[in-house]
Design a protein around this ligand. Structure first.
Ligand code: S3P
Length: 441
């Protein structure tokens, strides 16, 4: 089934809303709950296709999991060595996080397994995980570096000290999870700060993870104690509304209970540098993660050179940041973001195509984009149609562009929105976006 989004132009965003649970944290909660001793209760779980894939995989690995029901999931942990050989291939769907973290978790098992994914995931690079895992003693086969990934049984892994060639929380996390099954210590050194949910959550499950500047170290063989996890709203989903309310005159929106882990708040920092009016209220801690309510009001944005050190802290938010840049006064330059080319789609190429189709001057570079903002106009985007290339974040970004369009926008190939943001259309409509979805068989 394919789905298109039709967005009528104009409108503003107001009221208060809570976007669904954090995708990164939801995946990790199931994974760590599964290999813990005891029962882990998760609330606020993201009931999107990606996190559901992870749940189904752990069921196939012999773990009893109840739910999800209204965001509540119960994971009956089987302990570090309690997973069982699956009967067939493990389907990660669209979820790169599921596949890469599972490669780490499964690399040290005494049974073999095969990980497969959908068309998009089947084109994404897995060597970045397979190679360091091989250095730990894992036996992993890929199809020229891409899925399917075949993991052969091993007796044991050994710890390594590994300097990541790219800023990737998925690779870091995969190696730390493999490190639980390794003899000795595993150290991962990252070239730039990336999301630290794995390290934090391991700590919450009683595993000691040492942090020394850019290096994270854990000793193998530590067992996990079940924990309760309250998943905050996903700042990557909130990002569409942060940008939407910033660019649509008259907007005033409150986003509730958003995860504001400092390794994820690059979007807030970048938008503020552009002149956005975002207030962080009522900061508190839930389930080991900082959360807050974010109030955002419309503001005149200006183009900036995005500081490269903020890029990994906002890596999933660039599609919608490009929309913000188009609505800013002056030029925005993004560099140091080559990783965007290997996400659910090549997010540089796909966004440039879509922005150009809507009359925006956008130039791709090897590691970013240059966008000429059209903020001086009330209507920034010409009416037209764009293709999301089955990438959830591209689809939602162009839907948000409707707030500053001169006419109707059509976003095709948008069915995958539900991988990270089930209910996007309903929530966005309630806030004021003039969006309507159409399915085709
Ligand atoms: C994620 C890490 C990031 C991000 C992805 C989720 C995670 O990927 O883009 O959506 O949960 O660890 P990379 O590690 O490839 O940068």
């Amino acid at each position: 089934m394919s789905r298109s989004l039709r967005v009528a132009p104009g409108g503003s965003l107001s009221g208060s809303l809570r976007v669904p649970g954090d995708k990164s944290i939801s995946h990790r909660a199931v994974m760590l709950g599964a290999i813990a001793d005891g029962v882990t209760e998760i609330t606020g779980f993201l009931e999107g296709a990606d996190a559901i894939s992870t749940m189904q995989i752990f069921r196939a690995l012999g773990v009893r999991i109840d739910g999800p029901q209204a965001g509540h999931v119960t994971v009956h942990g089987v302990g570090l060595h309690g997973l069982r050989a699956p009967a067939g291939a493990l389907d990660c769907g669209n979820a790169g996080t599921a596949m890469r973290l599972l490669m780490g978790l499964l690399a040290g098992q005494r049974f073999g397994s095969t990980l497969v994914g959908d068309e998009s995931l089947s084109k994404r690079p897995m060597r970045r995980v397979a190679e360091p895992l091989a250095a730990m003693g894992a036996r992993i086969e890929t199809r020229e570096g891409c899925p399917p990934v075949r993991i052969l049984p091993v007796e044991a892994l050994h710890g390594i000290r590994y300097r990541l060639p790219m800023a990737s929380a998925q690779v870091k996390s995969a190696l730390l999870l493999a490190g639980l099954y390794a003899q000795g210590e595993t150290t991962v050194i990252e070239p730039a700060t990336t999301r630290d949910h794995t390290e934090r959550m391991l700590g919450g499950f009683g595993v000691t993870v040492r942090r020394d500047g850019p290096a994270a170290t854990l000793r193998g063989g530590q067992s996990l104690r079940a924990s309760a996890i309250d998943v905050p709203a996903d700042i990557s989903s909130a990002a569409f509304f942060l940008v939407g309310a910033s660019i649509a005159p008259g907007s005033d929106l409150l986003l509730e209970h958003v995860g504001v882990n400092p390794t994820r708040t690059g979007i807030v920092d970048i938008l503020r540098l552009m002149g956005a009016d975002i207030e962080v209220r009522n900061e508190r801690v839930a389930g080991g993660e900082p959360v807050a309510d974010l109030r955002v009001r419309a503001a005149a944005l200006r183009g900036i050179a995005v500081p490269p050190e903020l890029v990994p802290l906002a890596i999933d938010e660039f599609p919608v940041l490009f929309v913000a840049a188009a609505c800013a006064h002056g030029r925005t330059v993004v560099t140091g973001a080559a990783e965007l080319r290997v996400k659910e789609s090549d997010r540089i190429a796909v966004m440039v195509d879509g922005l150009r189709a809507l009359g925006v001057e956008a130039t791709p570079t090897a590691d970013g984009m240059v966008i000429e903002g059209r903020g001086e106009r009330a209507a920034v985007f010409a009416p037209g149609a764009v293709h999301a290339h089955a990438d959830h974040r591209i689809a939602m970004s162009f839907a948000i562009a409707g707030l500053r369009a001169a006419g109707e926008l059509m976003v095709h190939d948008a069915a995958n929105v539900a991988t990270s943001f089930p209910g996007f259309e309903v929530l966005a409509r309630a806030a004021g976006l003039r969006i309507e979805g159409h399915s085709q068989a």
